[in-house]
Write a protein that binds this ligand. Structure first.
Ligand code: DMJ
Length: 647
């Protein structure tokens, strides 16, 4: 039974001395015992020393020695950040604003790291500078066809603790300036475009969802509900951060902290849009800065989406009212079905959210969707765009890599990458889906031999591509580089060819901006046919593929094509207070539609900025961009991952 300090005589209390008395007999024995133990240890060490060196000599291969050296070096080279709480060393994420590592220490460590690495002793550094123009996302691993989702493996918390500038909201990314002065100038132009877009919004529509840059007032699309919820602010935040627009970023942060309130969202919002723009945008900001406000807002919004998943199958509805939980599908969607590109574009954000909050519910929701999809028969191996959430049966047999289908395919490959290649089920599904798409939907135009993806309507091809589908050039290339197998080279080729076709769809218009849809027939190729197909609403997909292809191939033509698009946007879309879509890409004096889409700031300008940056800015072997271009860190390799480690 422990004895209370208070009932001991004063001289025996701890800590403290013996009150000047000589040691008592019990204490003398204790000291003697300690001394003897130390002596035994010393003799023991000397005695066993030869055995140790002997066992070292007996090590079977040099690689084992190398591994030991590497492990030791890693521990030495990646110490915990300064001020980390002693019991949390190597385990806790950064906790306090202002925990910035001494830059000199960081530089020394980096130099030492590089030295050891160049001698072959270490794996690539956590924020590796990929080679200019080379296949940054290239990696040797081949996930095979295994169908297991390895999500229970402990997350790399120690890496998160080493993130520089964590929690400070100060840019901790490399500048990413290109060595070519022309590219630097182009990048500056893109930043000025962002400043113009932001300024107009901040001046005339602050807090609204979007800006009307011609009539200079707020605007909201139905997907955001009836309330002003600052969609443009949330969507633009990581672009501001990446471009180093610190004052604007702080301004946006304040609005989000003070006004983004899910308990006020009392009208129908789109679960998909809330996820890709809000949850994705906020999680990106959390990853980049470590500011937990962003994570908590993302969690609150995702939480408010959960009633939308209460269906007999677990396939979520399209719309939910956050305050009441009432949910439903669009009436026009094939007998009130759910839409493939919507329920199939939640996995990355929900999985990552579970990792950073420690709340498994979100991952469970998207795993359920997977399970349902895997259990269904796919007509001709293709995924129709509509699925009834009550019966679990496919609706209309319309298959497309554009509207209604697009980002479902994107998230299969990217979730595999984002999970650090653990989610091999996603890869297996991607391989099957893209294999069947390639076999059944890939076509060549008759005159110019342009490669395109037709849509399929009840087994019949419709020779039309949406602007939205142009992201798939980049996706094919990303698959070709990251998933090494017999199809890799072919996928790389297809990616480049489709991107070329999408460029043609721009090049063949009067404005050099691409139409919303373009068709292929005996009479036309990569051209819009009807007036209703000729609008351009500041969409990013073509530029997105230029960016990905540039990063993966280093072919300078992608930068030139991106610059053509940027100049055309500047010429036809610039308005007094921002940027607007245009109604007819085939007119040299097109009418502006007076809407500055929030994704213009999230995606179009970000992809352009990255296109003219050095590859060290958001390297693709560290980051995966969600379908709204919000970067999410790759698990296990990116120290910005910031997994939850308990309270
Ligand atoms: C964006 O919101 C996303 O890219 C989405 O995946 C598709 N539509 C717009 C941009 O065109």
């Amino acid at each position: 039974m422990p004895v209370s300090d208070d009932i001991l005589p004063r001289y025996q209390r701890l800590p403290g001395g013996n009150g000047g008395r000589p040691f008592r007999c019990r204490e003398t024995h204790l000291f003697f015992a300690i001394g003897a133990t130390i002596l035994i240890i010393c003799f023991g060490t000397i005695f066993f020393m030869p055995d140790l060196s002997e066992s070292l000599r007996r090590m079977e291969s040099l690689s084992r020695v190398q591994k030991q050296v590497r492990d030791t070096a890693e521990g030495f080279l990646l110490p915990p950040p300064p001020h980390a709480e002693p019991d949390a060393v190597g385990a806790a994420p950064p906790r306090h604003a202002g925990q910035i590592e001494d830059p000199h220490l960081a530089q020394d460590r980096q130099k030492l790291y590089e030295k050891v690495r160049s001698a072959g002793g270490l794996p690539p550094p956590p924020l590796a500078k990929p080679r200019q123009g080379a296949a940054a996302a290239d990696a040797p691993a081949d996930a095979g066809d295994a169908d297991n989702v390895d999500v229970d493996e402990p997350l790399p918390a120690a890496a998160a603790a080493a993130v520089p500038g964590a929690g400070t909201n100060k840019r901790a990314l490399p500048e990413g300036e290109d060595s070519d002065p022309v590219m630097r100038q182009r990048r500056d132009t893109i930043k000025q475009m962002m400043q113009h877009a932001w300024k107009g919004y901040a001046t005339y529509a602050w807090g609204s969802n979007e800006l009307r840059p011609v009539s200079k007032r707020g605007h909201s699309a139905g997907i955001f509900g009836n309330r002003p919820m600052g969609a443009t602010i949330v969507d633009a935040m990581d672009t501001l951060y990446i471009m180093g627009m610190d004052a604007e970023f702080e301004e946006g942060r304040r609005w989000i902290a003070d006004h983004l309130d899910v308990s006020k969202m009392d009208s129908e919002v789109s679960i998909f849009e809330m996820n890709i723009r809000y949850v994705g945008g906020l999680l990106s900001c959390y990853a980049l800065t470590g500011d937990t406000m962003f994570r908590d807002k993302a969690l609150a919004i995702a939480h408010a989406m959960l009633p939308g998943f209460n269906t007999p199958t677990g396939i979520p509805y399209s719309l939910v009212v956050p305050t009441t939980g009432r949910a439903k599908n669009y009436g026009w969607a094939s007998g009130a079905s759910s839409i493939l590109s919507e329920f199939g574009t939640l996995h990355m954000e929900f999985s990552y959210l579970s990792d950073v909050t420690g709340e498994p519910e979100y991952r469970k929701k998207v795993e359920r969707i997977r399970q349902v999809l895997n259990g269904l028969e796919k007509p001709n191996g293709l995924y129709p765009n509509y699925l009834n959430p009550k019966t679990g049966k496919w609706g209309q047999r319309h298959v497309s890599t554009g509207a209604l289908g697009d980002s479902f395919y994107e998230y299969l490959l990217k979730e595999w990458l984002r999970s650090g290649r653990r989610d091999t089920e996603a890869l297996t599904m991607f391989r099957h889906a893209i294999g069947n798409i390639t076999e059944r939907m890939l076509k060549k135009s008759k005159v110019s031999g342009l490669t395109y993806l037709a849509e399929v309507q009840y087994e019949r091809p419709n020779h039309k591509m949406d602007h939205l589908a142009c992201f798939i050039g980049g996706l094919y290339a990303l698959a070709g580089v990251t998933d090494k197998n017999k199809d890799s080279a072919r996928y790389m080729e297809i990616g480049a060819e489709i991107t070329n076709t999408c460029h043609e769809s721009y090049d063949r218009t009067a404005t050099k901006l691409g139409p919303e849809n373009f068709r292929f027939s005996d009479a036309i190729e990569a051209k819009a046919m009807k007036l209703q197909e000729k609008y351009y609403i500041l969409r990013p997909e073509v530029i997105e593929s230029y960016f990905v292809l540039w990063r993966l191939t280093g072919d300078p033509k992608y930068r030139e094509w991106g610059w053509e698009a940027a100049q055309a946007i500047e010429r036809y879309c610039r308005a007094e207070a921002g940027y607007s879509g245009i109604q007819n890409v085939d007119s040299t004096s097109p009418r502006q539609d007076d809407v500055q889409q929030s994704y213009f700031l999230a995606e179009t300008l970000k992809y352009l900025y990255l296109l003219f940056s050095d590859n060290s800015l958001l390297p693709l072997d560290q980051w995966v961009l969600n379908t709204e271009a919000h970067p999410l860190p790759i698990r296990g390799v990116n120290p910005y991952y910031r997994p939850h480690v308990g309270d």
